[in-house]
Write a protein that binds this ligand. Structure first.
Ligand SMILES: Nc1nc2c(c(=O)[nH]1)N[C@H]1C(S)=C(S)[C@@H](COP(=O)(O)OP(=O)(O)OC[C@H]3O[C@@H](n4cnc5c(=O)[nH]c(N)nc54)[C@H](O)[C@@H]3O)O[C@H]1N2
Ligand SMILES: Nc1nc2c(c(=O)[nH]1)N[C@H]1C(S)=C(S)[C@@H](COP(=O)(O)OP(=O)(O)OC[C@H]3O[C@@H](n4cnc5c(=O)[nH]c(N)nc54)[C@H](O)[C@@H]3O)O[C@H]1N2
Ligand code: SF4
Ligand SMILES: [Mo]
Length: 756
């Protein structure tokens, strides 16, 4: 019996439709059963009528009520009473918290200018309202520094735009029609579960599923084939595949002539990429590359699911730009079930959010505030102007590297919401050094006392998705969804929107937009849409149905007859825009950062990365590449504090290949030290052939405070940037791994003194 029919007839229970807020492509619509008498939510399940949710939530959100009613939910504002990081707080009233926060912000603005205030947020909720809705109004009105939200997808996103023009691609439902599916740099069964039923449907019809990944993930195990690859080298694989396709004349001459730009120049470039060359780089044998290219060109329809895993490398932007050329080369777009999907967010690109965010509120007569790259939070919080300048967003080669004179004021007030940077941001030691600054005033809006909240001056309790209104657009399908509150806020928790509304009042901002109610804001947003893609999407329908598909053709077969949203209207093998932005206009290979470090080391050149280790360690083995993709039961750092999920993930682990383990005398279950020039962390070794030799994998993202040494894997990640969009390099890291005999902090401090 379905959950709905279980409660439907029960007049003591109310059923409320909402949508999962998490940073996940699936954006599942859900229903919550609420006991009318107590007002308590008693059950939650996936909406049966939603064509992608199909009645199922993932294992994490199935337990959303456990998280909402968790014993540690923050229910009252807190003021710090201990040292920063100690986590010692005392309850205060909303009135006094907001009054002091407003005073502190006013003081910072008066003494250092509004740019000294930095908002820091990401996708704890993807809702328009509880995400940036009211917050953007507030920070625009204040004139605060802007934040470039680069931590997840920027490199790949930009790369995709150069080739395709917008992040539009193969419909999720259409994967069922594919006959060959490449899952490329994604762990679908963990991070995009609702694509899997369509993949299974395709397999029932005879489709082959190949997973291209350095790790034999649960998705790779469930697929027909695991194709292991060295991290950060996917661009070379794609170039060699195209080489074979063109050399063997398997390309779609007609599609290319009608709908693409620059084929001749591409073909010339591809001459440089025989499979043997790519084999050296990727570790995929040349013959396997040939076969993959032939299968890809000869099997129609062929669908590629690329996700963000493969672009967290220095060459991530170019890799995605290159892979995105494949479907046009073989004409895969022609048929339903062919093409490529990185994200579906581009289908929503005409959504007009200016009335929501109100950029027009910016203080008149001031120059536009600086934009900080969130991946460089450690640098941004530094008192050294040179490091602060480095944190200023400069996403393309043509954007000048900011000069020290442009660094702007030190960050004196930091307002964190929907994010846990002390755990998730790269170069954790630098981030924590910033958060520890006594002269930094930090406010954290949260559900829980996270690693970040421990460093706050004020922690403000926020509501969860079943306690507030919101509207969400997905990035793994095309249904806009409304979230209605199912229960009253717990304790004194407030929605982010209300916290910023009250803070605006405390600051004396008297614009009427700071008095609009949540429902009003959302209704106005829905009704403001004029683009034809939103035709038929009304507030009334959203209230009644919960989710509505964009006004797209059904079935939606993008680019079957061209119409790419690029400057030329074609799929751009050659991109003039790339040339203007300082890139090679043709697909090429940008090697990962780890490759560069290894080459410098082999050449005997000293690099910070390796010498700092050598000075501190007796026996140096080859460094290993370290990736840290999502743990199955966590969502970034969310859910780590829910006992059930933490127990499922056991403890912070490091997967390493038996060969790498043997070279370092590491046995399964040993405590190991993972370290590099940035920092170090203790993990438990899990020796396994499920990861390629030369690469280690640490499932993320643990809260540091739940880790044996109070640190997590972001100790070893760097603030360096990818080739495009100033994207993060989470999986482009070199580390040394050894059995834990002595604590690494001692060695590291020793090393640090020798390198100054
Ligand atoms: N359960 C769960 N679901 C999530 C998340 C979560 O934390 N947990 N996070 C959400 C978020 S924020 C995002 S952005 C998405 C993340 O989605 P993705 O970024 O797609 O993350 P994964 O699906 O884990 O895919 C990463 C995969 O890429 C592989 N990989 C790493 N480097 C390379 C490489 O160089 N080449 C190739 N080919 N593969 C590589 C990793 O081994 C891993 O299997 O998922 C969302 N969904
Ligand atoms: N090493 C390593 N690091 C990574 C990654 C990796 O793969 N490896 N993945 C990266 C990626 S892809 C991403 S997207 C980032 C994600 O980084 P974050 O966006 O910081 O994601 P979370 O860690 O889930 O933290 C979200 C926080 O928001 C809070 N929150 C949720 N809803 C609300 C709300 O309505 N109001 C308020 N005030 N708070 C709320 C949650 O309680 C949670 O603590 O991490 C990145 N970091
Ligand atoms: S986290 Fe993803 S799969 Fe799980 S319920 Fe939310 S949207 Fe669905
Ligand atoms: Mo992400």
């Amino acid at each position: 019996m379905s959950k709905l029919s279980l409660y439907e007839q029960n007049s003591a229970v109310e059923i409320v439709t909402g949508v999962c807020p998490h940073d996940c492509p699936d954006t599942c619509s859900w229903q919550v059963a609420v006991e009318r008498a107590s007002g308590r939510a008693i059950d939650i399940w996936g909406h049966a009528d939603h064509p992608v949710t199909q009645g199922r939530l993932c294992g994490k959100v199935d337990r959303y009520l456990e998280r909402t009613y968790h014993r540690d939910r923050l229910q009252t504002p807190l003021r710090r009473v201990g040292a920063k990081g100690s986590g010692r707080f005392a309850p205060v009233s909303w009135e006094s918290a907001l009054e002091e926060i407003a005073q502190q912000l006013a003081r910072v603005v008066a003494n250092f200018g509004a740019e000294a205030v930095l908002p820091y947020s990401y996708a704890g909720t993807m809702g328009f309202l509880q995400g940036e809705g009211m917050a953007a109004r507030f920070f625009n009105r204040l004139g605060a520094s802007k934040l470039a939200r680069t931590i997840c997808s920027e490199a790949g996103f930009e790369g995709y735009l150069y080739t395709i023009g917008a992040t539009e691609g193969t419909d999720t439902e259409a994967f069922a029609q594919a006959r060959l599916i490449l899952i490329w740099g994604s762990n679908t069964l963990t991070s995009n579960l609702h694509l899997w039923p369509f993949v299974m449907e395709a397999r029932k019809q005879g489709a082959r599923v190949i997973v291209i990944d350095p790790a034999c993930t649960r998705t790779a195990q469930a697929a027909d084939e695991w194709l292991p690859i060295r991290p950060g080298t996917d661009g070379a694989l794609a170039l060699a595949m195209m080489h074979v396709i063109v050399a063997e004349q398997l390309h779609d001459v007609d599609y290319i002539a009608r709908y693409t730009l620059g084929f001749d120049r591409l073909a010339e470039r591809l001459l440089e990429w025989p499979p043997e060359r790519a084999a050296e780089i990727t570790g995929v044998p040349a013959e396997r590359i040939r076969q993959l290219a032939r299968d890809y060109a000869n099997t129609q329809p062929a669908a590629i699911r690329i996700n963000y895993g493969l672009q967290r490398h220095r060459g991530g932007g170019m890799a995605v730009r290159t892979i995105a050329c494949l479907p046009a080369l073989v004409g895969a777009w022609r048929r339903i079930g062919g093409g490529i999907q990185l994200s579906t967010s581009g289908y929503f690109r005409h959504l007009d959010r200016s009335g929501l965010y109100r950029p027009d509120l910016a203080p008149a007569g001031h120059p536009a505030p600086r934009t900080i790259n969130m991946n460089r939070l450690g640098d941004a919080l530094s008192l050294d102007p040179a490091r602060r300048a480095a944190a200023i967003y400069h996403p393309r080669p043509v954007d000048p590297i900011p000069d020290v004179s442009q660094s702007g004021p030190p960050v004196k007030a930091l307002i964190v919401y929907n994010s846990n940077p002390a755990a998730v941001a790269p170069d954790q030691a630098a981030v924590l050094a910033g958060l520890r600054r006594e002269d930094l005033f930090t406010v954290v809006l949260e559900h829980f006392q996270t690693d970040t909240a421990d460093y706050a001056d004020y922690v403000l309790p926020a509501t969860t998705q079943i306690e507030h209104w919101d509207l969400l657009k997905p990035y793994g399908h095309t249904h806009l969804a409304l979230n209605r509150p199912a229960i009253a806020a717990l304790g004194k928790a407030l929605p982010n929107s209300e916290i910023f509304r009250r803070l605006a009042a405390a600051m004396g901002f008297n614009e009427s937009c700071f008095r609009e109610s949540d429902e009003e804001i959302l209704q106005t947003l829905v009704e403001a849409q004029r683009h034809e893609r939103f035709a038929g999407i009304t507030w009334q329908r959203l209230l009644q149905e919960g989710f509505v598909r964009l006004n797209l053709p059904q079935p939606n077969v993008p680019f079957a007859a061209g119409g790419f949203p690029t400057p030329s209207g074609r799929c751009e093998f050659y991109s003039a825009r790339m040339a203007n932005d300082g890139y090679d206009p043709l697909p090429t290979y940008h090697p990962p950062r780890w490759q560069e470090l290894v080459e410098l080391n082999d050449a005997g050149e000293s690099t910070n990365a390796l010498t700092s280790l050598q000075t501190g360690l007796q026996s140096l083995t080859q460094p290993l590449i370290c990736i840290s993709p999502p743990a199955h039961s966590f969502l970034n750092s969310t859910f780590v504090n829910v006992d059930r999920f933490r127990q499922r993930e056991d403890q912070p682990l490091l997967h390493l290949h038996p060969q790498d383990a043997a070279q370092r005398s590491i046995s399964d279950g040993d405590s190991v030290v993972v370290e590099n020039e940035h920092g170090c962390v203790h993990l438990r070794a899990h020796v396994s052939e499920g990861i390629i030799a030369g690469t280690v994998l640490a499932p993320g993202v643990w809260w540091a405070k739940f880790s044996p040494d109070g640190r997590n894997i972001n100790q070893v990640t760097s603030q360096d940037e990818a080739d495009m969009g100033a994207g993060a390099l989470f999986y482009d890291v070199l580390v040394q791994v050894r059995v834990l005999h002595n604590d690494c902090t001692a060695t590291l401090f020793g090393a640090a003194t020798t390198i100054g």
